[in-house]
Ligand binder design. Structure first.
Ligand code: DX5
Ligand code: ZN
Length: 225
């Protein structure tokens, strides 16, 4: 694999009262900022929405990786693309026509991502890979930070990676949930090349240094410097 790892710290684990500073603390280290949008409907938790993403977009130059854990993503997702998100990921379980939404996101200027939650098999979605830029495999049940990594989810990562290789496709395989220094290597070995980390970054004394350590661990497994 010739791609370098993407490290995407999740602001869910940051101090929301100083969100701008928390994001700037990882500038120069993080590749993307992972923004978890939860609607208290698709998942029980409630976080933040479009107005906060629009404001936060002005606070940093780091590309935004928006993870929509919401129902009716057809209605809301393009707004995040228009707000300047680099990648917008919606959930397979919440969307009736993922190809149409992926096309709408690309038309609105963003990369298009499809997320697969813990209890959802990935096979039915493999044929959609040509329409996607990112596939996010949840390595926990979506909804809360700080949960334990589920290694059995890596079978899905392997399946997606295999299909990408066979098709010669350009798709990022992202993992989200419980990614830390003791789990990132097995995720990289399985074929992930984008890594979300909330607790492991914002729970560390030096978030930027935590990002650099995670990248070094992933890069070594991916065979890149
Ligand atoms: C949970 C979110 C994750 C969460 C990860 O549903 O999608 O992005 O912030 O948090 P950690 O890294 O603590 O598992
Ligand atoms: Zn997430």
């Amino acid at each position: 694999m010739e791609r370098s790892p993407i490290i995407a710290p999740s602001i869910l684990a940051s101090d929301f009262s100083r969100l701008g500073e928390e994001v700037r603390a990882i500038e120069g280290a993080a590749d993307w900022v992972h923004v978890d949008v939860m609607d208290n409907h698709f998942v029980p938790n409630l976080t933040l929405g479009l107005p906060i993403v629009q404001s936060l977009r002005k606070a940093t130059t780091i590309p935004f990786d928006v993870h929509l854990m919401i129902t009716d993503p057809e209605r809301w997702a393009p707004g995040y693309a228009e707000a300047g998100a680099y990648n917008v990921t919606f959930h397979a379980e919440a969307c009736e026509n993922p190809v149409a939404l992926a096309k709408a996101l690309r038309a609105a200027g963003a990369k298009a991502g499809l997320a697969i939650d813990r209890d959802t098999p990935v096979e039915p979605y493999l044929e959609l890979l040509p329409y996607l830029d990112t596939v996010l495999i949840m390595t926990i049940k979506a909804g809360f930070g700080g949960q334990a990594f589920m290694p059995e989810m890596l079978a899905k990562v392997r399946d997606v990676r295999r299909r990408i290789a066979v098709g010669g496709l350009e798709v990022r395989v992202e993992v989200d949930g419980g990614i830390a220094a003791d789990t990132i290597e097995q995720a990289a070995e399985a074929g992930a090349d984008a890594f979300v980390a909330g607790t492991a970054v914002y729970g560390a004394a030096d978030p930027a240094e935590a990002v650099r350590k995670l990248r070094a661990l992933a890069a070594a497994k991916m065979g890149v410097a």
